[in-house]
Write a protein that binds this ligand. Structure first.
Ligand SMILES: *[C@@H]1O[C@H](CO)[C@@H](O)[C@H](O)[C@H]1NC(C)=O
Ligand SMILES: *[C@@H]1O[C@H](CO)[C@@H](O)[C@H](O)[C@H]1NC(C)=O
Length: 359
């Protein structure tokens, strides 16, 4: 090998190293610059860059902050304590992109669980403004929290007290600005087009832009939610004031209001059926991340469901609307579905381990 060749090889090696170095430096620089912007169009082009994509998908966790709105009733509190117990259990497991946790307490004053659960105290709506519909406090609580709290994560999971996390949750939201949401069969924008057009006029787009979702469970970019939440608040109040909308939407009004507000801000949602299951109707845990125990579970002692009729064995969160559920609830009789058995076992494990349960 002549000197010329050696020199050439060294030059090429050196140049290659320098170029790689430069690419890495500039890649890192643009990474830092663009990442805090949250989901935006930039991400789409950005993630096509192979040098960035590898560290992003392999190493970089896209953490989301879990936020649960709650009042200070015993009913809300026992559920939230169980919720947080299971959040902690799965937070640091593989596949988790769960970051921080906040209970947004919308009673306006601290309670005695501030040390047990990270809590942000939000003010309730001025009296009379909720017009007897207490869930209107939810959007208002989110507005205050998003405006006032320091939130490190770029994404938010909106969860509820009666959610039990059953496995580590990855960030289901996409990097191109779409949220991830659970589709509710009873949210039917097409059916209510004429009412919804009062809040989502024709020029905003087709009615199908409104997703069949509520605000929870949803994982969405923080910056997007900062825009959606105040609109959600306004649309909720406007719908509540509109007799036609109030009558059409009833107790799910604030879910429609979220779906409309998300659409008004052009934030679409990828629907994830596996986000959660709702016993007793869903019988298997399967791929689900969350058990939502909103329905009563009634069974006879042979393990047959007796919906709408008090079962010989039953679990209904409403049985504990003003008292703590006791530790060690009786397990369902043989034959009852996996989802219900798992729910009771998980409630029991939480109540056995949370300090000072029931006091
Ligand atoms: C909410 O409604 C108020 C009063 O109508 C209005 O001033 C405000 O701009 C609205 N905000 C949003 C985000 O729609
Ligand atoms: C829970 O209750 C069952 C009877 O229903 C009993 O056999 C069991 O020992 C109890 N477990 C605890 C931890 O108290």
């Amino acid at each position: 090998m002549g000197w010329g060749k050696i020199f050439f090889t060294v030059l090429i090696t050196f140049s290659a190293a320098l170029i790689t170095y430069n690419i890495l430096i500039s890649a890192n620089a643009s990474f830092k610059e663009e990442f805090p912007a949250g989901p935006s169009r930039k991400f789409a082009t950005f993630s096509q860059d192979p040098i960035i994509k590898m560290p992003r998908s392999k190493n970089k966790k896209r953490l989301f902050h879990t936020a649960v709105t709650s009042g200070d009733s015993v009913y809300n509190t026992w559920q939230t304590r169980i919720m947080y117990y299971w959040f902690k259990k799965f937070k640091d497991e593989p596949n988790s992109e769960m970051g921080g946790f906040t209970r947004i307490l919308h009673s306006g004053k601290p309670d005695r669980f501030m040390d047990e659960i990270p809590t942000f105290v939000a003010q309730p709506l001025p009296s009379g403004m909720d017009q007897g519909y207490i869930v209107l406090n939810r959007p208002w609580a989110f507005v205050q929290w998003l405006q006032q709290a320091q939130i490190e994560e770029d994404y938010i999971l909106m969860a509820e007290p009666d959610h039990i996390i059953v496995k580590p949750i990855p960030n289901l939201a996409s990097t191109d600005g779409l949220g991830a949401a659970f589709p509710f069969f009873y949210i039917e924008p097409n059916k209510y087009e004429s009412v919804l057009r009062k809040f989502f006029p024709e020029e905003e787009g087709p009615i199908t832009d409104i997703d069949p979702i509520g605000n929870s469970p949803v994982i969405v970019g923080k910056e997007a939610l900062k825009k959606i939440a105040p609109t959600w608040m306004n649309v909720s109040l406007a719908m509540k004031k509109d007799p036609e909308a109030d009558k059409a939407f009833g107790w799910v009004l604030e879910m429609y209001a979220y779906a409309v507000s998300s659409a008004l801000h052009k934030v679409g949602n990828v629907l994830h059926k596996e986000f959660m299951i709702q016993p007793p109707w869903d019988t298997k845990i399967g791929e689900a991340f969350i058990i939502h125990y909103t329905y009563g579970c009634d069974y006879d002692m042979k393990g047959n469901m007796t919906p709408g009729k008090f079962g010989e064995w039953r679990f209904d969160k409403r049985s504990y609307s003003d008292k703590w559920p006791p530790k060690n609830l009786t397990l369902p009789p043989p034959g009852v579905s996996e989802s219900v058995v798992t729910l009771i076992k998980m409630v029991n494990e939480a109540t056995a381990n949370i300090p000072n349960w029931g006091s």
